[in-house]
Design a protein around this ligand. Structure first.
Ligand SMILES: *Cc1c(COP(=O)(O)O)cnc(C)c1O
Length: 438
């Protein structure tokens, strides 16, 4: 099969005249795998179709949100009906209370919640609240974790920031970066040492539920509980950013998996059902410091937008059935087992990580436990694998430092076809490796 991307290549050239790098979010550019990106025309279920007519099995799923699959019938109908009633009022609706109640059912830690428009807004606002509540200014983040692109969080950041080699972006004043203390992930001793030195000045620790923006790296035994104990000891808040891991690591997110209740938490991606939504919330005594109940300011013209909340509500109601998580788990396990055997068959020893419906294959022979070990992966081999998969109409994230996602719409046939494609792709990698050795 010889695939054509003629129309996409032309569209990309045109887009570059108007949009920096041709895109509205960096990893979409495919720049780091040295390709031009397919331009998408439509998507349905587990499949996504580009403007050249190539139809892929999609494991990006808009970077996680499309857990029901694309253009779900019920979501589409609910959106059409809501659009007829108006798309934004800038005034309270019943929908907002309904989604808050539903979110609390999944996450008991969400005693109160504020809806925003993106994960970036959620983490940025949660930190402001934590600082306002504690009266302290420093925050702790982990090297390679990504929490959106607000100034204080683009310090040693993962995701696209790592993919493009700019974990510390220009444009962030040194005095802002100085309030973000960074330490390696999965290293409790480093956290303890940092708190021993500066614990009295630390407002909050922010951590991903599972690290998903350096590729998938899960916390080691006792790590999350250890961080919770530390923040409690020093009167700092623990913020678990479940923008990616919520509904993905498990039904109740990573906090349910690891048995740690955060003081504040962040959500995004899945809760908008494919429309722009974020949320942060947690302890009532902390949340009541938020305006207008309290004096920490935060606002949004389109926050709690009725279209976005409608898509979120349909999605969350479907996820209330615990059977869907068993289904996601089983499908993801089947796929990842298949990828592992395919790699072994090609003689490749790689690191296969999965939790719930998120997964990463690291092109590394050593265990990946943090940012430093993730960065020792063979990015050239990843690129060979990625291109071989795309060429067989399997759409993966174009970066080693991202996760793959499973949806309820993926079929057994999709998974089977993906494993067959991977068998060929891993053989390509093995050949590439052999040629390099010669
Ligand atoms: C995607 C992501 C964000 C940012 O969300 P946006 O909606 O892209 O602003 C924040 N935190 C984590 C863990 C994420 O994966």
């Amino acid at each position: 099969m010889l695939m054509q991307w003629t129309k996409s290549a032309a569209a990309f050239a045109e887009a570059k005249q108007y949009l920096p790098g041709g895109v509205n979010s960096p990893v979409r550019s495919f720049r780091n795998v040295d390709m031009t990106p397919p331009f998408i025309a439509s998507a349905k279920g587990s499949h996504i179709t580009d403007i050249d007519g190539n139809e892929y099995i999609d494991y990006v799923l808009s970077w996680g949100p499309m857990i029901l699959g694309h253009a779900d019938e019920e979501v589409c109908q609910a959106l059409a009906a809501q659009a007829q009633r108006g798309t934004s009022y800038g005034a309270p609706t019943l929908l907002e209370t309904e989604i808050a109640q539903l979110l609390q059912d999944f996450f008991p830690a969400l005693e109160m919640v504020r809806l925003v428009n993106s994960g970036t807004e959620a983490t940025m606002s949660a930190l402001r609240l934590a600082r306002g509540f504690t009266g302290r200014s420093k925050i702790v983040k982990f090297i390679g974790c990504y929490h959106g692109h607000s100034d204080g969080l683009l310090v040693k950041a993962g995701s696209g920031a790592t993919t493009f080699g700019v974990p510390d972006s220009p444009g962030i004043p040194a005095e802002i970066a100085a309030d973000t203390l960074t330490i390696p992930y999965n290293d409790l001793a480093a956290a303890q040492a940092l708190f021993a030195a500066q614990g009295e000045d630390i407002a909050a620790v922010i951590i991903e539920g599972v690290a998903g923006n350096m590729g998938l790296v899960v916390p080691q035994d006792g790590y999350m509980k250890g961080l919770k104990a530390l923040t409690e000891q020093y009167g700092a808040l623990l913020i678990i950013d479940e923008v990616m891991s919520g509904f993905r690591a498990s039904r109740g997110g990573a906090q349910a998996t690891y048995g740690v209740r955060p003081d504040l938490m962040c959500l995004g991606k899945v809760i908008g059902g494919g429309l722009p939504v974020g949320a942060f919330g947690g302890r009532r005594d902390v949340m009541e410091h938020l305006a207008p109940a309290g004096n920490v300011y935060q606002a949004g013209t389109l926050s709690g937008n009725p279209l976005a909340v409608t898509a979120g509500l349909v999605t969350l109601r479907r996820l209330q059935d615990t059977a869907v998580f068993a289904e996601l788990e089983a499908k993801s396990e089947r796929l990842c087992d298949g990828l592992r055997s395919a790699a072994e068959q090609a003689g490749l020893s790689l690191q296969h990580h999965r939790i719930g419906s998120m997964f990463t294959v690291f092109f590394s022979e050593e265990p990946v436990v943090d940012y430093a070990t993730a960065c020792r992966s063979r990015l050239d081999e990843f690129a060979v694998y990625f291109k071989a998969m795309l060429g067989q109409e399997i759409y993966l994230a174009p970066s080693q430092f991202e996760c793959g996602f499973m949806s309820l719409a993926h079929s057994e046939a999709d998974i089977e076809r993906t494993i067959v494609a991977a068998t060929k792709a891993f053989e390509d990698v093995a050949e590439y490796r052999a040629a390099r050795m010669r």
